[in-house]
Write a protein that binds this ligand. Structure first.
Ligand code: MG
Length: 666
């Protein structure tokens, strides 16, 4: 009796203090659980007797004492909270929610939380509100400080979210709509709050939140029934609305494994887990090419895919079902890591092709340390995990991934190396940009030709305008017709010769109706590059090759079609183009984005020529990385074959008076 009175009192207090977030005992939870699950005997008995309040209490007791189920994301014996997480937790107490790194400082969502508040019409800002990124930090803050206020506020926000974001039936496609559309209010909100990617994010993170807040007095039996009913709805929603393909599907599958493994008491838990495992096992064969590249052709999502696959493994490891992943799954992840290692620069950073962002050396090293635990026999992973102290440097230098269309010219794995990564692959997906033939070039500690990056994803017209600027073909180191975006992105590798004093890549993209682009790159004496661009076809218009340099002092010499850099330190470059008569060197708008909503101005230029007949437009560009561009040698270059030859090429270059013939036959 005392217990019941207490419960009623707690309920009244909850009603009084929390308003919209009052917790109710959800009796339906007992039909979602397998009450024959070991440990739930008492719950079953009380529920069968019709005493659901007591059954809910017994259920909470069960979870508080549950052993054997774990999440790899939280170690209760060693909870640490960073300064940033502490701030997110404290801000959240005032309903200032950390939603997106690109929108700082965070917005306030009102005393009576407005989950539909959308201060900037960028879809990510609206979607990611529903990832509740501040909840786990609140849980850590609760554990570290022992202050009940975090738990009380979390429970309040959790219930408030349920009440204000009901799930109504929508078409699957509607969740994926890129723009806001015409529908407003509740129906529109469902598309954001219940987009499967967001739902899966909550499924995953709520395993941590459940673990962190479970001992709190605010985690009442009623709250538990709300939580479990809501969580179940999430998993069922994903099961019926998995994304069709791509990284979203991988995230969703991995998180269903989390759901099934962490809450094995649900009747459907094994199905959830199995569906996740089946999808991941299937998708490694679909989304990962045989060369180890993820088919979105975006280094950042490639990395994300590796980490999704690894996360699923770690969940399996701590809960004892690793054997449900075959060796082929392990081999695939390992090949993806080797791919990534080979397309990265000596400071561990990745090229920012497509929608990729730039990681820091520290973050990237941590990935290798995580991977080394899963692949202890791989000496190369160990080498990068230990910053070269253990393991072995890869034996190869230059390396091509022909199916994915990533090619690395490399003379060393060390910081003073000379490394060019070229992207010229097949058609890919939403995150891939129309940039075939582009490259980044690292020399002696610096990325000299970094990609423009992505800046933002999608939203209203204003946001799309920003996105579309960064996606343009013309803001990449490649060739355009009339500065238009490529119409076809389907590069074909004609030749890849990764060894010797003259290493060669020949890649060809159909580009535009009536104009294909053949790019031949020669890496000469492990020192400099000669790029031959041939624009072939009957199309007319302005043909341009574009170059984007990193931020800093760049001198342009249009008369000599030359650019030289005067960057601080000893990583510089001299670039000179040998082009048809009438070619102009024109400075262009240049930006570089390394993170969402972050950009810096930089120098960009193009060599433009009017193509008014059917002859090919052909350029030779010498790119000479050097410590000091004032001391760079003089260049000269000319074509030996007077017209475009489908089956070969021969050019003569003079660098510092030394003549060199560069050629190939296909
Ligand atoms: Mg780009």
């Amino acid at each position: 009796m005392i217990k019941t009175t207490k419960l009623i009192a707690a309920f009244l207090v909850a009603c009084f203090t929390c308003g919209a977030s009052a917790q109710e005992l959800k009796s339906e939870v007992f039909s979602l659980l397998n009450l024959d699950y070991p440990g739930l005997e008492k719950v079953k008995e009380l529920h069968t007797q019709g005493n659901d309040a007591a059954a809910a209490e017994a259920l909470l007791d069960y979870y508080k004492n549950r052993k054997g189920v774990q999440t790899p994301d939280i170690n209760l014996k060693d909870i640490k909270i960073s300064k940033q997480e502490q701030k997110w937790a404290d801000d959240a107490m005032e309903h200032t929610f950390f939603v997106h790194k690109g929108y700082q400082p965070s917005f306030n969502y009102g005393e009576d939380i407005n989950w539909q508040y959308w201060p900037v019409q960028d879809n990510e800002l609206r979607w990611q509100l529903h990832r509740h990124k501040w909840f786990t930090p609140m849980g850590k803050a609760y554990r570290v400080s022992g202050d009940e206020k975090y738990a009380k506020e979390w429970a309040h926000q959790y219930i408030d979210w349920i009440k204000k974001n009901p799930l109504t039936k929508m078409n699957k496609e509607e969740y994926e709509l890129v723009s806001a559309g015409e529908v407003k209010g509740a129906a529109e909100n469902v598309r954001f709050a219940w987009r499967p990617l967001e739902v899966s994010n909550r499924l995953q993170d709520q395993t941590s939140q459940f673990t962190l807040f479970l001992p709190s007095p605010s985690f009442t039996p009623e709250f538990l029934t709300e939580f479990l009913t809501n969580y179940h709805k999430h998993a069922v929603h994903i099961l019926n609305n998995y994304s069709d393909q791509g990284n979203h599907l991988l995230f969703e599958a991995q998180r269903m494994i989390y759901a099934g493994a962490f809450f094995p008491e649900y009747k459907d838990a094994m199905n959830w887990r199995k569906s996740g495992i089946d999808i991941l096992n299937r998708e490694v064969g679909i989304q990962v090419y045989e060369d180890g590249g993820q088919f979105e052709l975006d280094p950042h999502y490639h990395l994300a895919a590796i980490n999704i696959f690894c996360k699923a493994l770690r969940m399996a490891d701590v809960n004892g079902f690793r054997n449900e992943f075959p060796q082929a799954y392990m081999d695939c992840i390992e090949s993806m890591i080797m791919f990534y290692m080979n397309i990265c620069f000596p400071d561990y950073t990745n090229p920012c092709f497509s929608d990729a962002k730039l990681g820091t050396t520290k973050e990237e090293q941590k990935h290798y340390r995580d991977w080394a635990k899963l692949f202890p026999k791989n000496k190369q992973i160990q080498y990068f995990a230990t910053n070269g102290k253990k393991g072995q440097k890869p034996e190869n230098l230059s390396k091509g991934f022909l199916k994915s269309g990533f090619f690395t010219f490399r003379n060393s794995w060390d910081k003073d190396g000379n490394v060019m990564v070229v992207k010229a692959g097949p058609k890919a997906f939403w995150h891939c940009q129309p940039d075939n033939g582009t490259f980044e070039l690292w020399f002696n500690g610096k990325n000299l030709f970094p990609d423009s990056g992505a800046y933002v994803y999608a939203g209203n017209a204003e946001v799309m305008k920003l996105r579309n600027w960064f996606r343009q073909t013309a803001v990449h180191n490649t060739l355009t017709l009339d500065n238009k975006n490529l119409e076809v992105t389907e590069s074909e590798t004609k030749l890849w010769q990764p060894e010797g004093n003259v290493q060669i890549l020949v890649t060809e993209n159909p580009s535009y109706e009536g104009l294909k682009h053949r790019r031949s790159i020669f890496f000469v004496d492990n020192t400099y590059y000669v790029i031959v661009d041939e624009a072939v076809g009957d199309a007319k218009g302005k043909v341009g090759i574009h170059y984007q340099l990193c931020e800093g002092d760049v001198q342009l010499d249009p008369k000599n079609l030359t650019a030289t850099t005067n960057f601080e330190g000893d990583s510089n470059v001299k670039l000179q183009c040998f082009a048809p008569k009438g070619t102009s060197m024109d400075e262009e708008e240049g930006w570089r984005s390394i993170a969402y909503r972050q950009r810096e101005e930089r120098t960009a230029f193009a060599f433009n020529v009017d193509k008014d007949n059917d002859d090919a437009v052909r350029y030779i560009t010498v790119i000479y990385p050097t410590e000091n561009s004032a001391k760079a040698p003089k260049f000269d270059a000319k074509f030996k074959n007077q017209k475009f030859n489908e089956n070969g090429l021969e050019v003569e270059v003079k660098v510092g008076g030394k003549k060199k013939t560069l050629k190939y036959k296909l």
